[in-house]
Design a protein around this ligand. Sequence first.
Ligand code: A2P
Length: 344
Amino acid sequence: MTRTVAVVGATGAVGRDLRRLLEERAFPLDEIRLLASERSAGTVLDFDGEDIPVRALSEPGVFDGVDLVLFSAGAGRSREYAPQAVEAGAVVVDNSSAWRMDPGVPLVVTEVNPDAVSGRPKGIVANPNCTTMVAMLPLKALHDRFGLRGFTATSYQAAGGAGQKGMDELIAQTRALLDDPGLLQSDGAAAAGKTSHDVHAAVLAFNVVPLLGTVGERGYTDEEYKLQNESRKILGLPGLAVAPTCVRVPVMVGHAIQVRAQFDREAPVESACAAMEAFPGLVLDDLPTPLEWAGRNETAVGRVREDLIDTRSLNFWVVGDNLLKGAALNTVQIAELMVARGEV
Ligand code: A2P
């Protein structure tokens, strides 16, 4: 049989990793179709040594004959075009937030709930939010051992979580502010005024921005609600208590999260570490930092500590590349899982 795969958002930051991973992991395909906005139509991208012209997503018939479509071009595009791809006979793996909480769409982390991939009445499988993804591997490992009741999570999210434009904005601001480093100490507000921000909620260079996404009910942002709602769905724990705070930090790639997790049973550090070490895709590291884990496939956990207040709680620090496991890698792993099961 021949297999045709399309990548929507092929020119973006996640799209670049999707192309590279499909190549490097020798994903079984006979034809690749690279799709993006009309602005990019005609641009030529290399895939496995071949020049592939980018086509506009809006071009009629782009999904004809396609078996599998990987979407990473924002929720609006997924909402509009994923059903068209399914209608044309393809299976969709969607990296946007458009379909994640739809009861007819499984939300899959391949090491955590792989069997969910096969029940997809709408023909769509969703890939989780990049921050939720980072927390899922350690929380699943610990849940299986101690029974997870809830967790408090504070994220330290990279600029790259907002795509290429998020990283470009951080670079431009950093360059502008380095012209006058003294001002960063003497008058931070004046320094911030020397540059501008559009993608991030405030100037991100040399700063920390404790607002990410759109503020909704009770003062929490949509990004924070994703951490709560997606965790409940992936872990199959609808009553899971989650206290999320999402923060943007001036890191290019790699989300970090400080997690305080509460369990049904006592959770000694030693057995917690053993459970996490044995979990696929998860590694223990003394001091995992986003910079040092950028470009790596694994999720890294460190600073595992018994809680000082509650012996049934643990504190840990977890880091993962938001563009890889947090986006492109898990998307490709979902596709590989469906191929292995003969479903695509
Ligand atoms: P383009 O490069 O043509 O704008 P990132 O997450 O790095 O910002 O990338 C976003 C991806 O989504 C890019 O590949 C971008 O293509 C694509 N995209 C954005 N808007 C549209 C659109 N209206 N139709 C199709 N693709 C789009």
